[in-house]
Design a binder for this molecule. Structure first.
Ligand SMILES: NC(=O)c1ccc[n+]([C@@H]2O[C@H](COP(=O)([O-])OP(=O)(O)OC[C@H]3O[C@@H](n4cnc5c(N)ncnc54)[C@H](OP(=O)(O)O)[C@@H]3O)[C@@H](O)[C@H]2O)c1
Length: 301
Protein backbone atom coordinates (compact mmCIF):
# COMPACT_ATOMS: atom_id res chain seq x y z
CA UNK A 1 0.00 0.00 0.00
CA UNK A 2 1.14 3.60 -0.62
CA UNK A 3 0.93 5.44 2.69
CA UNK A 4 1.44 9.15 3.42
CA UNK A 5 2.11 10.09 7.03
CA UNK A 6 2.66 13.43 8.74
CA UNK A 7 4.96 13.66 11.76
CA UNK A 8 7.27 11.03 10.27
CA UNK A 9 10.31 12.30 12.18
CA UNK A 10 8.42 12.35 15.47
CA UNK A 11 7.77 9.94 18.31
CA UNK A 12 4.36 8.64 17.24
CA UNK A 13 4.51 9.20 13.48
CA UNK A 14 8.07 7.95 13.13
CA UNK A 15 7.35 4.75 15.06
CA UNK A 16 4.24 4.07 12.98
CA UNK A 17 5.94 4.95 9.68
CA UNK A 18 8.92 2.70 10.39
CA UNK A 19 6.63 -0.15 11.43
CA UNK A 20 4.56 0.15 8.25
CA UNK A 21 7.69 0.35 6.08
CA UNK A 22 8.94 -2.83 7.80
CA UNK A 23 5.60 -4.46 6.93
CA UNK A 24 6.40 -3.80 3.25
CA UNK A 25 4.33 -0.67 2.57
CA UNK A 26 5.63 2.24 0.50
CA UNK A 27 5.71 5.03 3.09
CA UNK A 28 6.19 8.72 2.34
CA UNK A 29 6.58 10.87 5.45
CA UNK A 30 6.31 14.61 5.98
CA UNK A 31 9.09 16.55 7.73
CA UNK A 32 10.01 20.23 7.60
CA UNK A 33 13.73 19.47 7.83
CA UNK A 34 15.85 18.14 4.97
CA UNK A 35 18.40 16.97 7.56
CA UNK A 36 15.84 14.36 8.75
CA UNK A 37 15.67 12.66 5.36
CA UNK A 38 18.64 10.32 5.96
CA UNK A 39 17.28 9.05 9.28
CA UNK A 40 13.87 8.47 7.69
CA UNK A 41 15.49 6.63 4.78
CA UNK A 42 17.36 4.41 7.27
CA UNK A 43 13.92 3.23 8.39
CA UNK A 44 12.57 2.78 4.87
CA UNK A 45 10.60 6.05 4.85
CA UNK A 46 10.77 8.40 1.87
CA UNK A 47 10.93 11.99 3.16
CA UNK A 48 8.51 14.61 1.82
CA UNK A 49 9.90 18.02 2.78
CA UNK A 50 7.14 20.43 3.73
CA UNK A 51 4.91 21.79 6.44
CA UNK A 52 1.37 21.23 7.68
CA UNK A 53 0.60 24.66 6.25
CA UNK A 54 1.41 23.50 2.68
CA UNK A 55 -2.20 22.78 1.72
CA UNK A 56 -1.52 21.92 -1.93
CA UNK A 57 1.28 19.53 -0.97
CA UNK A 58 -0.95 17.71 1.54
CA UNK A 59 -3.75 17.40 -1.02
CA UNK A 60 -1.34 16.02 -3.64
CA UNK A 61 0.13 13.48 -1.18
CA UNK A 62 -3.36 12.41 -0.07
CA UNK A 63 -4.36 11.84 -3.70
CA UNK A 64 -1.17 9.80 -4.33
CA UNK A 65 -1.65 7.63 -1.25
CA UNK A 66 -3.88 4.62 -0.65
CA UNK A 67 -4.04 5.64 3.02
CA UNK A 68 -3.13 8.71 5.09
CA UNK A 69 -2.05 8.99 8.73
CA UNK A 70 -1.94 12.37 10.44
CA UNK A 71 0.46 12.13 13.40
CA UNK A 72 2.24 15.50 13.44
CA UNK A 73 -0.10 17.69 15.45
CA UNK A 74 -3.48 16.94 17.04
CA UNK A 75 -4.35 20.64 16.95
CA UNK A 76 -3.59 21.71 13.36
CA UNK A 77 -6.99 22.16 11.75
CA UNK A 78 -5.75 23.39 8.36
CA UNK A 79 -3.77 20.20 7.75
CA UNK A 80 -6.79 18.03 8.56
CA UNK A 81 -9.00 20.05 6.22
CA UNK A 82 -6.45 19.67 3.41
CA UNK A 83 -6.06 15.91 3.92
CA UNK A 84 -9.83 15.41 3.93
CA UNK A 85 -10.19 17.52 0.78
CA UNK A 86 -7.51 15.38 -0.87
CA UNK A 87 -9.24 12.13 0.12
CA UNK A 88 -12.91 13.12 -0.35
CA UNK A 89 -14.91 10.58 -2.33
CA UNK A 90 -12.06 8.05 -2.46
CA UNK A 91 -13.14 5.67 0.32
CA UNK A 92 -9.50 5.59 1.46
CA UNK A 93 -8.54 5.50 5.15
CA UNK A 94 -7.52 8.60 7.10
CA UNK A 95 -6.26 7.99 10.64
CA UNK A 96 -6.05 11.11 12.77
CA UNK A 97 -3.99 11.26 15.96
CA UNK A 98 -5.76 12.93 18.87
CA UNK A 99 -4.91 12.96 22.56
CA UNK A 100 -6.91 12.19 25.68
CA UNK A 101 -6.31 15.58 27.27
CA UNK A 102 -9.68 16.23 25.56
CA UNK A 103 -11.22 14.79 28.75
CA UNK A 104 -8.66 16.48 31.03
CA UNK A 105 -10.09 18.26 34.07
CA UNK A 106 -7.15 20.60 34.88
CA UNK A 107 -7.42 19.54 38.54
CA UNK A 108 -4.06 21.04 39.52
CA UNK A 109 -2.58 17.59 40.13
CA UNK A 110 -5.38 16.42 42.45
CA UNK A 111 -7.58 13.33 42.18
CA UNK A 112 -10.68 15.32 41.29
CA UNK A 113 -13.94 13.50 40.57
CA UNK A 114 -12.18 10.26 39.49
CA UNK A 115 -14.42 10.16 36.42
CA UNK A 116 -13.68 7.47 33.80
CA UNK A 117 -14.76 8.18 30.22
CA UNK A 118 -15.86 5.75 27.53
CA UNK A 119 -15.88 6.14 23.77
CA UNK A 120 -19.66 6.36 23.50
CA UNK A 121 -20.10 9.00 26.23
CA UNK A 122 -17.56 11.78 25.87
CA UNK A 123 -17.88 14.88 28.05
CA UNK A 124 -18.24 18.45 26.86
CA UNK A 125 -14.66 19.67 26.47
CA UNK A 126 -13.24 22.56 28.46
CA UNK A 127 -12.85 25.81 26.50
CA UNK A 128 -9.12 25.02 26.16
CA UNK A 129 -9.82 21.66 24.51
CA UNK A 130 -12.84 22.58 22.39
CA UNK A 131 -10.73 23.31 19.25
CA UNK A 132 -9.08 19.84 19.43
CA UNK A 133 -12.45 18.15 19.87
CA UNK A 134 -13.80 20.14 16.90
CA UNK A 135 -10.96 18.75 14.76
CA UNK A 136 -11.78 15.20 15.92
CA UNK A 137 -15.41 15.83 14.93
CA UNK A 138 -14.33 17.15 11.52
CA UNK A 139 -12.40 13.91 10.95
CA UNK A 140 -15.31 11.69 12.03
CA UNK A 141 -17.69 13.69 9.80
CA UNK A 142 -15.37 13.06 6.83
CA UNK A 143 -17.09 9.64 6.72
CA UNK A 144 -20.00 11.52 5.09
CA UNK A 145 -17.61 12.80 2.40
CA UNK A 146 -16.47 9.33 1.34
CA UNK A 147 -13.38 9.01 3.54
CA UNK A 148 -12.80 5.96 5.78
CA UNK A 149 -11.79 8.35 8.54
CA UNK A 150 -11.10 7.39 12.16
CA UNK A 151 -9.73 9.17 15.23
CA UNK A 152 -7.19 7.40 17.42
CA UNK A 153 -7.23 9.27 20.71
CA UNK A 154 -4.02 8.30 22.44
CA UNK A 155 -3.44 8.50 26.17
CA UNK A 156 -0.01 9.09 27.78
CA UNK A 157 2.36 7.18 25.51
CA UNK A 158 5.59 5.73 26.95
CA UNK A 159 8.39 3.69 25.42
CA UNK A 160 11.23 4.29 22.96
CA UNK A 161 10.56 6.11 19.71
CA UNK A 162 12.07 4.46 16.64
CA UNK A 163 13.42 7.67 15.07
CA UNK A 164 16.70 8.85 16.63
CA UNK A 165 16.14 11.80 18.96
CA UNK A 166 12.35 11.43 19.10
CA UNK A 167 10.65 11.36 22.49
CA UNK A 168 7.16 11.38 23.90
CA UNK A 169 5.44 14.38 25.42
CA UNK A 170 4.77 13.94 29.14
CA UNK A 171 7.28 11.66 30.89
CA UNK A 172 10.34 13.21 29.16
CA UNK A 173 9.31 16.61 30.54
CA UNK A 174 9.17 15.23 34.10
CA UNK A 175 12.55 13.58 33.57
CA UNK A 176 14.23 16.69 32.11
CA UNK A 177 13.02 18.85 35.01
CA UNK A 178 14.25 16.23 37.49
CA UNK A 179 17.67 15.94 35.86
CA UNK A 180 18.04 19.72 35.72
CA UNK A 181 17.06 20.38 39.34
CA UNK A 182 18.04 17.09 41.01
CA UNK A 183 14.48 16.71 42.38
CA UNK A 184 11.58 14.85 40.78
CA UNK A 185 8.44 16.97 40.96
CA UNK A 186 4.80 16.50 40.05
CA UNK A 187 1.98 19.02 39.84
CA UNK A 188 0.13 19.35 43.16
CA UNK A 189 -0.11 16.12 45.17
CA UNK A 190 0.30 14.04 42.00
CA UNK A 191 -2.80 12.02 42.81
CA UNK A 192 -4.15 12.84 39.34
CA UNK A 193 -4.38 9.76 37.09
CA UNK A 194 -3.75 9.32 33.37
CA UNK A 195 -4.46 6.33 31.23
CA UNK A 196 -1.40 5.22 29.27
CA UNK A 197 -0.13 2.95 26.51
CA UNK A 198 3.22 1.71 25.18
CA UNK A 199 4.32 3.02 21.77
CA UNK A 200 4.69 -0.52 20.34
CA UNK A 201 1.03 -1.19 21.15
CA UNK A 202 0.11 2.18 19.61
CA UNK A 203 1.79 1.11 16.36
CA UNK A 204 -0.23 -2.12 16.38
CA UNK A 205 -3.44 -0.13 16.96
CA UNK A 206 -2.74 2.02 13.87
CA UNK A 207 -1.94 -1.11 11.82
CA UNK A 208 -5.30 -2.61 12.71
CA UNK A 209 -7.21 0.63 12.20
CA UNK A 210 -5.59 1.08 8.80
CA UNK A 211 -6.76 -2.36 7.77
CA UNK A 212 -10.30 -2.37 9.12
CA UNK A 213 -11.53 0.66 11.11
CA UNK A 214 -15.06 1.49 9.95
CA UNK A 215 -15.58 5.06 8.70
CA UNK A 216 -16.41 7.59 11.40
CA UNK A 217 -15.07 5.65 14.41
CA UNK A 218 -13.48 7.17 17.51
CA UNK A 219 -11.05 5.03 19.53
CA UNK A 220 -9.32 5.58 22.85
CA UNK A 221 -5.88 3.96 22.83
CA UNK A 222 -5.03 2.81 26.38
CA UNK A 223 -3.81 -0.27 28.21
CA UNK A 224 -3.46 0.84 31.82
CA UNK A 225 -3.38 3.84 34.11
CA UNK A 226 -1.19 5.37 36.82
CA UNK A 227 -1.11 8.44 39.01
CA UNK A 228 1.61 11.04 38.51
CA UNK A 229 2.70 10.37 42.09
CA UNK A 230 3.33 6.68 41.23
CA UNK A 231 5.16 7.55 38.01
CA UNK A 232 7.25 10.16 39.84
CA UNK A 233 8.24 7.65 42.53
CA UNK A 234 9.38 5.29 39.76
CA UNK A 235 11.30 8.11 38.03
CA UNK A 236 13.05 9.07 41.30
CA UNK A 237 14.09 5.42 41.78
CA UNK A 238 15.28 5.01 38.20
CA UNK A 239 17.28 8.25 38.22
CA UNK A 240 18.41 7.87 41.85
CA UNK A 241 17.23 11.40 42.55
CA UNK A 242 15.40 13.03 45.45
CA UNK A 243 11.65 13.27 45.54
CA UNK A 244 9.09 13.18 44.38
CA UNK A 245 7.94 16.52 45.69
CA UNK A 246 4.64 18.29 45.25
CA UNK A 247 4.85 21.42 43.10
CA UNK A 248 2.33 24.27 43.21
CA UNK A 249 0.56 24.73 39.89
CA UNK A 250 2.09 28.18 39.31
CA UNK A 251 5.65 26.86 39.64
CA UNK A 252 4.71 23.99 37.31
CA UNK A 253 3.33 26.45 34.74
CA UNK A 254 6.56 28.47 34.90
CA UNK A 255 8.56 25.30 34.10
CA UNK A 256 6.28 23.49 31.64
CA UNK A 257 3.94 26.18 30.33
CA UNK A 258 0.16 26.57 30.84
CA UNK A 259 -0.98 23.74 28.56
CA UNK A 260 1.47 21.10 29.76
CA UNK A 261 1.18 21.97 33.47
CA UNK A 262 -2.64 22.24 33.43
CA UNK A 263 -3.49 19.31 31.12
CA UNK A 264 -0.51 17.10 30.20
CA UNK A 265 0.82 16.81 33.74
CA UNK A 266 -1.79 18.37 36.05
CA UNK A 267 -5.12 16.84 35.03
CA UNK A 268 -6.93 13.54 35.26
CA UNK A 269 -7.44 11.74 31.97
CA UNK A 270 -8.95 8.34 32.70
CA UNK A 271 -10.46 6.58 29.72
CA UNK A 272 -11.33 3.07 28.58
CA UNK A 273 -10.83 2.02 24.99
CA UNK A 274 -13.13 -0.95 24.37
CA UNK A 275 -13.50 -0.52 20.59
CA UNK A 276 -9.94 -1.33 19.59
CA UNK A 277 -10.21 -4.61 21.46
CA UNK A 278 -13.74 -5.70 20.59
CA UNK A 279 -13.98 -4.31 17.05
CA UNK A 280 -10.40 -4.65 15.76
CA UNK A 281 -8.97 -7.42 17.97
CA UNK A 282 -6.21 -5.22 19.45
CA UNK A 283 -4.27 -7.03 22.18
CA UNK A 284 -1.81 -4.68 23.88
CA UNK A 285 1.24 -6.46 25.28
CA UNK A 286 2.40 -3.84 27.77
CA UNK A 287 0.35 -2.79 30.77
CA UNK A 288 2.67 -1.14 33.32
CA UNK A 289 4.20 2.25 32.75
CA UNK A 290 5.82 2.03 36.18
CA UNK A 291 7.66 -1.20 35.27
CA UNK A 292 8.87 0.45 32.04
CA UNK A 293 10.15 3.50 33.94
CA UNK A 294 11.99 1.31 36.46
CA UNK A 295 13.51 -1.20 34.05
CA UNK A 296 13.73 0.32 30.56
CA UNK A 297 13.46 4.10 30.63
CA UNK A 298 17.16 4.75 31.02
CA UNK A 299 18.08 2.42 28.19
CA UNK A 300 15.73 4.56 26.07
CA UNK A 301 17.76 7.66 26.92
N1 LIG B 1 3.28 11.45 22.75
C1 LIG B 1 2.11 11.31 23.37
O1 LIG B 1 2.01 10.75 24.47
C2 LIG B 1 0.86 11.86 22.71
C3 LIG B 1 -0.38 11.33 23.10
C4 LIG B 1 -1.53 11.81 22.49
C5 LIG B 1 -1.45 12.80 21.53
N2 LIG B 1 -0.23 13.30 21.20
C6 LIG B 1 -0.19 14.36 20.18
O2 LIG B 1 0.22 13.79 18.96
C7 LIG B 1 0.99 14.73 18.21
C8 LIG B 1 2.35 14.11 17.89
O3 LIG B 1 2.98 13.75 19.10
P1 LIG B 1 4.48 13.20 19.18
O4 LIG B 1 4.69 12.78 20.58
O5 LIG B 1 4.76 12.24 18.10
O6 LIG B 1 5.28 14.56 18.92
P2 LIG B 1 6.70 14.79 18.22
O7 LIG B 1 7.66 13.74 18.61
O8 LIG B 1 7.06 16.22 18.52
O9 LIG B 1 6.41 14.62 16.67
C9 LIG B 1 5.70 15.53 15.92
C10 LIG B 1 6.37 15.65 14.55
O10 LIG B 1 5.50 16.43 13.75
C11 LIG B 1 6.24 17.27 12.93
N3 LIG B 1 5.58 18.57 12.87
C12 LIG B 1 5.19 19.35 13.89
N4 LIG B 1 4.65 20.49 13.43
C13 LIG B 1 4.73 20.42 12.09
C14 LIG B 1 4.36 21.31 11.04
N5 LIG B 1 3.82 22.52 11.28
N6 LIG B 1 4.57 20.91 9.77
C15 LIG B 1 5.13 19.70 9.48
N7 LIG B 1 5.52 18.83 10.44
C16 LIG B 1 5.32 19.21 11.72
C17 LIG B 1 7.64 17.40 13.52
O11 LIG B 1 8.54 17.05 12.48
P3 LIG B 1 9.64 18.05 11.83
O12 LIG B 1 10.13 18.92 12.95
O13 LIG B 1 10.66 17.10 11.30
O14 LIG B 1 8.91 18.80 10.78
C18 LIG B 1 7.70 16.37 14.63
O15 LIG B 1 8.75 15.42 14.46
C19 LIG B 1 1.08 15.99 19.07
O16 LIG B 1 0.08 16.91 18.69
C20 LIG B 1 0.80 15.46 20.47
O17 LIG B 1 0.25 16.46 21.31
C21 LIG B 1 0.92 12.83 21.74
Amino acid sequence: MNIFITGASGFIGGSIAAGLARDGHHVRGLTRKTENAAELKRHGIEAVIGSLDDRELLIAEAKWADAVINAADSDHRGAVEALIDGLAGSGKPLLHTSGSSIVGDASGGEAGAAQIYHEDALPEPTADKAPRVAIDTLVLDAAKRGVRAAVLCNTLIYGNGVIAGSASVQLPRLVRQAQKSGVVRHVGSGSNIWSNVHIDDVVDAYRLALAKAPAGTFYFVESGEASFREMSVAIAEALKLDGPQAWPIDAAKAEWGYEMASYGLGSNSRVRGERLRTQLGWQPERTSVNDWIRTEMLSAA
